[in-house]
Design a binder for this molecule. Structure first.
Ligand SMILES: NC(=O)c1ccc[n+]([C@@H]2O[C@H](COP(=O)([O-])OP(=O)(O)OC[C@H]3O[C@@H](n4cnc5c(N)ncnc54)[C@H](OP(=O)(O)O)[C@@H]3O)[C@@H](O)[C@H]2O)c1
Length: 108
């Protein structure tokens, strides 16, 4: 490791907390987005201007939740949600994580 004159490691340059990557074009998918946690996240991301897809094991349930939330939120089955999203949030109960993610291996 390189050290400065005082023998200690040099400090990294200060970071600007606002110097963040532009994510405005990314689509956020919420697997299991029909539940309270997923709906809450989907609503807030959509309100912030993000493109959001709610996923469900049943496309019609996802569509109903999306229609209820508005703000451009779309609904799809979990596979289409995973396939068409850039960032995916897993909002299904813990017991369902492994089976859900294994079934979506290709889409993810
Ligand atoms: N609710 C909260 O306030 C809260 C707070 C912190 C953390 N969390 C965590 O966030 C996650 C979601 O919470 P939640 O309260 O929204 O859960 P939830 O209502 O029980 O489930 C969310 C959705 O997951 C799907 N789902 C249910 N069982 C499933 C299974 N075995 N396999 C695949 N999908 C299944 C269902 O959607 P479909 O039937 O439409 O597929 C359901 O609407 C959980 O891990 C929870 O611990 C929740």
């Amino acid at each position: 490791m390189t050290t400065n004159d005082s023998g200690s490691a040099p400090k990294p340059p200060a970071k600007d907390p606002w110097d963040l990557p532009d994510v405005s074009d990314l689509t956020i998918g919420v697997l299991g987005g029909t539940g309270p946690q997923g709906r809450g996240l989907a609503y807030r991301f959509a309100r912030a201007g993000q493109s959001v897809i709610i996923g469900s094991r049943a496309a019609d349930r996802a569509q109903a939740a999306a229609d209820e939330l508005g703000h451009g939120v779309r609904g799809a089955d979990n596979a289409a949600c995973a396939r068409d999203s850039d960032v995916v949030i897993v909002a299904v109960p813990w017991d369902g994580h492994a089976k859900t993610l294994e079934s979506l291996r290709d889409e993810l």
